[in-house]
Write a protein that binds this ligand. Structure first.
Ligand SMILES: Nc1nc2c(ncn2[C@@H]2O[C@H](COP(=O)(O)OP(=O)(O)OP(=O)(O)O)[C@@H](O)[C@H]2O)c(=O)[nH]1
Ligand SMILES: [Mg+2]
Length: 393
């Protein structure tokens, strides 16, 4: 009898262990919201952003077995908060950090700051795309101040260099994005730039930033040049619950932009973001097309912000191309993308100096939240590495 009881208990134990073993792992593997494959940020672990927002597992930690909620299509995501992104994404500037942090600070730490060393410092800045004029200014001021102050300690030299770089980035410029509605009318943001610069991606990232800040957004797919362009934009929008207005293939971009603003007014969203085509600006027509988009949109009210998207890896060449845009539309801010892919972080200084337009945002990766508000002091700190965390943190 006792043997039967023991046997029954053992069987019961095996049964319970087996059930838990099957159920728990299955629950733990509950799928995350689907993401288009290309937009998954594979480097998320680099960030110190804390636990990922999109895969809350708190319900699992209690051990309570709950039915997974029905999958709603499309799943609306909660984007990462925007505060402190530049600090969190600072490691993405590692290529530029080598030039500024290791290179320049190393040179300044030499025993004798003679003519040769100053020339090397100049070369480093020019190689980092700071631009010849800005480099001369920075080095002249740095020379003068080290001479007058007799500065020698590494931390003092770092502070002087940081101050000159921040100064070259003109911290007094207004870098806020004008995206707030006025009197119930949505703010209109126009996004322009050469092809491949990152316009559509940046539109999507900005939409996420705005949604994270509690705004409602509508996207206008005024790139009717490429059939897939509107799909690409719509994918970004649907993930954060933003509607996309698109026209038939090869439709007039100006009329799509007009319809988007009209729809935005009718539905009462806070911000309308208009993505445009980026065929090379020297091709006949693109500049005319952009000028027309601008004029037609303005029939319903002013454009609040025109963002020029510039690929940081194209360096000084990109700058020349960019100037054409500033002649056709009233560019109010620059977004410098792909800073993660270049050692030439100094391009930020050159862009502002040459175009006279503030860099408002920087792109630091292909991930969906890899866009950060630009802040000169934080940026320079990231380039040089802070003393607290080491030079090339
Ligand atoms: N590494 C990196 N890649 C980026 C960044 N921003 C955009 N990209 C990539 O650049 C490529 C082009 O981006 P798009 O947004 O399609 O560029 P676009 O300006 O809309 O291009 P067209 O519509 O063809 O004119 C994509 O592969 C993006 O993932 C960035 O900050 N860093
Ligand atoms: Mg595009």
């Amino acid at each position: 009898m006792a043997e039967y009881l023991v046997l029954a208990l053992v069987l019961l134990g095996v049964l319970i262990a087996g059930t838990v073993g099957l159920v728990v792992p299955r629950l733990r593997r509950r799928p995350e919201p689907p993401l288009p494959r290309t937009e998954v940020d594979t480097r998320a672990e680099e960030d110190l952003a804390g636990p990922p927002v999109e895969a809350p597992e708190s319900d699992l930690s209690t051990g309570v077995l709950v039915e997974p909620p029905p999958v709603l299509e499309p799943q609306v995501e909660v984007p990462e908060p925007t505060a402190g992104r530049l600090v969190r994404l600072r490691s993405r500037l590692s290529r530029s950090q080598n030039v500024f942090g290791k290179g320049l600070l190393g040179l300044l730490a030499r025993d004798h700051l003679d003519e040769d060393v100053w020339e090397e410092i100049e070369d480093s800045l020019i190689t980092a795309d700071v631009g010849v004029d800005a480099t001369r200014d920075i080095v002249d001021r740095l020379r003068e101040r080290t001479r007058v102050l007799g500065t020698r300690s590494a931390s003092e030299l770092r502070a002087l260099l940081a101050a000159e770089l921040v100064n070259a980035l003109d911290p007094s410029l207004d870098r806020s994005l004008r995206t707030a509605p006025k009197d119930g009318v949505p703010a209109v943001v126009l996004v322009v730039g050469v092809n491949g610069a990152g316009k559509t991606t940046t539109c999507g990232k900005i939409a996420r930033v705005l949604v994270a800040d509690g705004r409602s957004v509508l996207l206008g797919a005024a790139d009717t040049f490429r059939a897939a362009a509107a799909d690409q934009l719509e994918t970004w929008g649907s993930r954060v619950g933003a509607e996309t207005v698109r026209g038939p293939e090869a439709a007039d971009p100006a009329s799509v932009a007009f319809d988007a603003v009209k729809r935005g007014i009718d539905t009462g969203v806070d911000t309308v973001l208009i993505d445009t085509a980026g065929r090379l600006q020297n091709k006949v027509g693109l500049m005319d097309e952009l000028g027309k988009v601008k004029r037609v949109v303005e029939k319903q009210g002013p454009i609040d912000e025109t963002l020029l998207i510039l690929d940081a890896t194209t360096g000084q060449n990109g700058l020349e191309q960019a100037r054409v845009f500033t002649e056709v539309v009233n560019v109010t801010g620059v977004v410098l993308t792909k800073l993660d892919g270049t050692a030439k972080g100094g391009i930020v200084i050159a862009v502002q100096r040459k175009l006279g337009i503030p860099v408002k945002l920087v792109g630091l990766g292909e991930g969906k939240d890899d866009l950060a508000p630009f802040d000169p002091a934080q940026f320079v700190d990231a380039l040089l590495g802070t003393e607290a965390t080491g030079r090339d943190a």
